[in-house]
Design a protein around this ligand. Structure first.
Ligand code: CU
Length: 673
């Protein structure tokens, strides 16, 4: 994707939850959309708390306030750990906002009940996240630009909303764009596509050689750049039923494949406290990051205090303007939570499904409902374990897993976030990328940088880089991170006379600078997060491990302006000492960031990490060389990671799982084996 970027979202015609669908609090029906009560310190703000916070901040600021973030202020971990159900606590909000028409942002901490702003910080150079308002302003400005209208007319494209797709991309921070970056503007690059009709896939019709730069502060177009006419591809390529499809194929031969749980589900959800099998966790949600899972326990033993996807970036590998600016931080610049889909039962989610709604804020500080934003269900997961020998019947156990998921539409791409909780104690995260590639027309030397997916339509090479925040709490907060390399002594040496021997060598990552690590496939490297104070039956520290199997190397030169913004992605693993305020691994204000802040800055302190409260930041991703098969809509491709228990249990924790025989399973008639 992302391709698309921030703004992208907002401008897309059929975007999920566009601004006009905003449902202010006063219009919500309690019956249709019951609001969960606040029962846990990590609970997201309720719609009433969102609007109350906005009101407090607006009164305090005294200016026309627009909101980037209104969310629950992350409480100190010690307070959450010492809290007991039923005990009261102060509901605090964290706010990031800005003055309409002015560069810079303000961060605030708000005591909601006391209606007080407790902290108020001005960040003069910050450029806030893109918002739904930008789209409206961009379209309005575009309508008033004679230069743009003339350039479109020259290409035979109508200005009307039905026929013209404008997508706003964060402009990035590139060498060719210095003036607008320092002159008090907040520029965005606006790219153009043509639609043949309202439901047409506009990505089949890129308007190459024409784009414009819009300033979010003055709400004016700074420049229209027309570098020469490139014929707009006119052949329709669609994916919706009833429209043109390049390879229609029926699945009518498919017989029903039904998932049934006639006796109901095996999990319970009390407000946001989810329990299944031996797992329990708190399901949170933020405007920026989406799902945030807190206080994850197995058999009531802590494993993770906080797990979320904290940032992502999509750098493109094209050298020429304007496409060289494309490097979008889809979480920090656009937001995952605010772009969460309203999931559809039986389509997005199949089986017996529990949903959680999400309440997010609008730029003006109202509460907006995203119904069914989080899907919770359990699913069959094949074989759990098996063994057979000649002395008795085989022993086999079936696995199932708990799934907590959401899907986020950011412009042209969809990102599906799937957290899996396994019976053997493993935690898995899968990111499914689907949607539509970002397309351009024929550009100089396009064959080198991309693939022509249909006549005159190009998709350029790019990467999807993700950062998982994993606040480890293996049997408690005091953890140590160990790097595990597999080594072999020289052939013929005393320890390896026959050359077959190899072993694990462990190195403690004792400080933050030592813990900036890269994968090493030659050494089958993995990392272990262990608790030196909690021992298993063999006297070894209990631990979880992570193997870097989906690592991606950023291909932008690290010294380049794009590379500097991607600084944290040149390492696969970072570890920091816990600090509740260190949340955003690439920096807080990502729009036109320069690479300052985040992990690179935090770890400069080189804090000690041994036997203390550590937070792991793991990078993974997709290296996307575009395929014809990605067009016109991309089948899901996956990336992710798994946390496996290693010595956390004394033996296979699933020995006590009872044998299961599914009485609905049948032999296919006539099948001969
Ligand atoms: Cu891609």
């Amino acid at each position: 994707m992302t391709n698309a970027g921030i703004g992208r979202v907002a401008v897309v015609a059929n975007q999920v939850n566009p601004p006009e669908q905003t449902k202010p609090l006063e219009k919500q029906s309690e019956k249709d959309h019951p609001v969960l009560p606040v029962t846990h310190p990590l609970d997201p703000l309720t719609p009433l708390e969102i609007t109350a916070t906005a009101k407090i901040v607006r009164a305090y600021s005294g200016f026309d306030t627009r909101f980037d973030a209104i969310e629950v202020l992350t409480p100190p971990k010690s307070q959450v750990r010492s809290w007991q159900p039923g005990l009261p606590w102060r509901r605090m909000a964290w706010v990031s906002c800005f003055k309409r028409g002015e560069l810079g942002a303000y961060n605030a901490q708000v005591d909601i009940a006391r209606e007080k702003v407790l902290q108020w910080d001005h960040v003069p150079d910050a450029r806030p996240m893109m918002t739904a308002m930008d789209i409206v302003n961009i379209r309005k400005a575009a309508q008033g630009s004679e230069k743009l209208r003339t350039a479109l007319t020259k290409r035979g494209v109508k200005m009307d909303t039905e026929y013209l797709q404008i997508e706003q991309w964060p402009v990035g921070h590139t060498h060719d764009f210095p003036n607008h970056q320092v002159s008090g503007c907040a520029p965005v690059a606006c790219y153009l596509w043509e639609r043949l009709h309202n439901l047409d896939n506009h990505y089949a019709h890129p308007i190459e050689g024409l784009h414009f730069i819009f300033d979010r502060i003055s709400c004016e177009i700074l420049e229209v750049v027309d570098t020469g006419e490139v014929p707009v591809p006119k052949s329709p390529v669609n994916y919706r039923p009833g429209l043109e499809s390049p390879s229609p194929h029926s699945t009518a031969e498919f017989k029903p494949l039904t998932i049934m749980q006639p006796d109901g589900v095996s999990f319970t959800l009390e407000n946001r406290l989810l329990k299944w099998y031996r797992w329990q966790m708190h399901i949170g949600f933020t405007y920026r990051e989406g799902i945030a899972i807190g206080d994850i326990r197995f058999d009531n033993r802590p494993v993770l205090y906080d797990a979320r996807i904290a940032e992502m970036a999509v750098p493109y590998g094209v050298p020429h303007e304007p496409h060289n600016r494309k490097c979008v931080f889809d979480i920090g610049e656009a937001g995952f939570g605010c772009n969460a889909n309203e999931l559809q039962l039986g389509c997005d989610c199949k089986g017996a499904i529990e949903y959680l709604d999400a309440w997010v804020h609008t730029p003006s500080g109202k509460a907006r409902l995203i119904k069914n934003a989080i899907c919770i269900h359990e699913e069959d997961c094949g074989m759990l374990w098996k063994h057979s020998d000649h002395r008795g019947p085989p022993e086999v156990r079936r696995a199932r897993r708990l799934v907590v998921s959401s899907i986020h539409t950011v412009g042209n791409y969809e990102y599906g976030c799937f957290w899996y909780f396994m019976m053997d104690g493993a935690i898995q995260f899968e990111m499914k990328a689907t949607g539509i590639i970002n397309t351009t027309g024929k550009t100089h030397n396009a064959e080198k940088w991309g693939v022509e997916v249909s006549s005159g339509v190009w998709g350029f090479i790019h990467q999807h880089l993700f950062t998982a925040k994993l606040d480890m709490a293996v049997d408690g907060e005091s953890n140590t991170v160990v790097e595990c390399d597999t080594l072999r002594d020289p052939l013929g040496s005393t320890e390896n006379p026959h050359g077959n021997a190899f072993y694990i060598h462990e190195t403690t990552l004792a400080s933050e600078k030592q813990a900036c690590r890269s994968r090493d496939n030659q050494k089958m490297r993995f990392w272990k997060f262990m608790n030196p104070n909690a021992k298993n039956s063999m006297g070894r520290p209990t631990a979880y491990k992570l193997e870097p199997v989906h690592s991606v190397t950023p291909m932008a030169w690290p010294e380049s302006s794009v590379g500097k913004r991607l600084a944290c992605y040149y390492k696969d693993l970072w570890v920091t000492a816990y600090d509740q305020h260190q949340r955003f691994p690439c920096g807080e204000f990502m729009n036109q960031s320069t690479g300052e802040g985040g992990l690179v800055a935090w770890t400069a302190a080189d804090r000690p990490l041994t036997n203390t409260d550590v937070v792991v930041w793991y990078n993974f991703g997709l290296h996307h060389a575009v395929r014809l098969e990605d067009w016109p809509v991309q089948p899901c491709v996956s990336t992710g990671f798994t946390l496996h228990p290693t010595g956390f249990f004394d033996q296979n924790p699933c020995l006590d799982v009872e044998p299961e025989k599914d009485l609905h399973s049948v032999k296919v008639k006539g099948h001969c084996c």
